[in-house]
Design a binder for this molecule. Structure first.
Ligand SMILES: [Zn+2]
Length: 281
């Protein structure tokens, strides 16, 4: 799909699973299991899906998924599968290599969004996956990641960004100021501090990169908020005001973690927000 100056692709970078209860917060299982079936360990199937933007000058990847630095214990806990799909193979299938990438936009540094930022080389050393890229991160998110609390420490694994800091590859950004051509930035603070989302527009299409504000289609209804969120009431406020705009201006919402659906628009039936038409990028 083309939006303005960019050819827009979707890159599947892993399959994984997370606890269904954690994914839907205070929503009872009797309701959420009608939307996504859980496995014998109560986990629901998810994926990590990146946005890949190409123009004449740049090749930009938005989020890098779970990556491959997993030991057996945690790979089993999160059911991480980078055999069937991974960032490199998805990129190669479009005719690109990691060396071609000029920019990585990190929505936030949770492991399922930033895990592919770095990799383990042949000598067992953690190195940047994209040696020629600039990594763009909100300053407030990097600060939080470096000082995470007991609540979110398990999600912020420093091997996903430390070597980038050491090599001077991170460009810290502050708020909604645009830093790459024709890419608008929206910042939310409910899920975590300083999560950045992209808005791409042309005369025909507006696409919103939802990250963990709407991780799957099932998270469109306002009260369906993850237990992982640092500030769930703020997430609700952010969803409410964004959804009105999404419906009114007929935006396409890009889902990073939905196994079934890459993107969709949203309808309002007078009472609640629901998924409209689904799209493949
Ligand atoms: Zn997250």
């Amino acid at each position: 799909m083309r939006i303005g100056r960019y050819q827009v692709h979707s890159l599947l970078t892993s399959y994984f699973s997370l606890d269904g209860g954690s994914m839907f917060g205070s929503i009872p299982k009797t309701l959420w299991e009608k939307k996504i079936q859980s496995d014998e360990k109560n986990r629901i199937p998810l994926c990590t899906r990146s946005l890949f933007l190409v123009d004449d000058d740049r090749r930009i990847i938005v989020d890098t998924g779970n990556g491959d630095k997993w030991d057996d214990k945690y790979r089993a806990i999160y059911n991480v599968d980078t055999q069937s799909v991974n960032l490199e193979s998805s990129l190669n299938s479009l005719g690109y290599k990691v060396d071609d990438i000029t920019d990585i936009i990190c929505s936030h540094l949770h492991f399922d969004h930033a895990g592919g930022n770095t990799k383990i080389d042949d000598h067992g050393k953690v190195v940047p996956t994209f040696p020629y890229a600039t990594y763009w991160i909100q300053k407030t998110n990097l600060e939080l990641a470096n000082h995470s609390s007991e609540k979110d420490r398990a999600s912020y694994l420093s091997h996903n960004w430390e070597v980038l800091v050491e090599n001077g590859m991170i460009e810290c950004v502050d708020g909604t100021e645009s830093y790459l051509p024709d890419i608008e930035i929206f910042v939310s603070n409910g899920h975590t501090t300083g999560q950045q989302h992209l808005i791409l527009r042309d005369e025909k299409t507006t696409m919103f990169f939802a990250g963990d504000l709407f991780p799957t289609m099932a998270h469109i209804p306002i009260p369906w908020v993850m237990a992982y969120d640092l500030r769930p009431l703020q997430t609700i406020r952010e969803k409410k005001s964004l959804l009105q705009k999404i419906v009114k201006e007929d935006w396409l919402v890009f889902f990073e973690h939905d196994r079934e659906c890459e993107a969709a628009n949203v309808k309002f039936d007078g009472k609640s927000f629901t998924i409209g038409q689904k799209f493949k990028i």
